[in-house]
Design a protein around this ligand. Structure first.
Ligand SMILES: Cc1cc2nc3c(=O)[nH]c(=O)nc-3n(C[C@H](O)[C@H](O)[C@H](O)COP(=O)(O)OP(=O)(O)OC[C@H]3O[C@@H](n4cnc5c(N)ncnc54)[C@H](O)[C@@H]3O)c2cc1C
Length: 183
């Protein structure tokens, strides 16, 4: 559907014994922790990708809305479209702040499962909403491959799924907040 620049493939290790010195991560018995650390980095990574797709979708909408004229004025001058641009810009800004916060926490070495989960959840959902709003602003052209928003419409859904779906992020967040606010 999207992400045509990378291949997705399956790896099968059938009855394969790795010697201790060639083990992934280099430390036998630490695999689960290494995987969890990798997943936290991955969530910040997907979050950053969601911010990138969202800002591009917003830029395209802001440009198109000032070029396309209906009823005697650029569609950006219709209040409904202006409000849509305002919502998109606010979501792009909030998503970016959330992603940077999670990335800084990860860099500091502190536990960041909740921050990474929140950032991944919010940015991917906002990315999806902003991309769809931009698509709508493009009218019929948004459905055409001639316009970049068509590709972003195919990229955005993966960000809701990869590195754990929104439901899984909410599971992590709820466990974290109940740990913090335990009676
Ligand atoms: C293009 C692409 C590239 C990918 N690349 C990688 C990669 O590089 N590395 C890698 O490890 N994985 C990769 N994945 C896999 C991706 O991480 C998984 O698809 C994703 O985590 C969802 O898992 P699943 O497909 O098994 O869905 P499922 O777990 O079967 O989920 C199906 C639905 O059930 C919901 N659900 C599942 N469990 C629960 C629960 N406990 N509570 C509530 N709802 C639940 C989900 O939210 C979802 O809506 C890739 C996937 C795609 C599409």
């Amino acid at each position: 559907m999207g992400y045509k620049g990378i291949d997705t493939t399956e790896l099968v290790f059938d009855n394969y014994a790795a010697s201790a010195d060639s083990i992934l991560g280099g430390e036998p018995g630490r695999g689960f922790f290494q995987m969890m650390d990798g997943v936290e980095v991955g969530r910040v990574n997907v979050s950053a990708r969601a911010c990138g797709v969202a800002i591009r979708a917003f830029e395209l909408a802001a440009r198109y809305a000032q070029q396309r004229t209906t009823f005697g004025k650029p569609i950006a001058q219709h209040q409904a479209i202006g409000f849509s641009l305002a919502e998109m810009a606010t979501k792009v800004e909030a998503a970016h702040l959330m992603m940077v916060n999670a990335a800084r926490l990860k860099d500091s070495g502190e536990r960041n499962d909740v921050a990474a989960g929140m950032a991944k959840y919010l940015t991917s959902e906002y990315c999806s909403e902003v991309t769809q709003a931009s698509f709508r602003i493009h009218g019929g052209y948004g459905y055409s491959k001639e316009y970049e928003i068509e590709r972003l419409m195919r990229e955005a859904p993966f960000l809701l799924i990869g590195e754990g779906t929104s439901e899984i992020q909410k599971t992590i967040i709820s466990k974290g907040i109940l740990r913090e606010y335990a009676l």
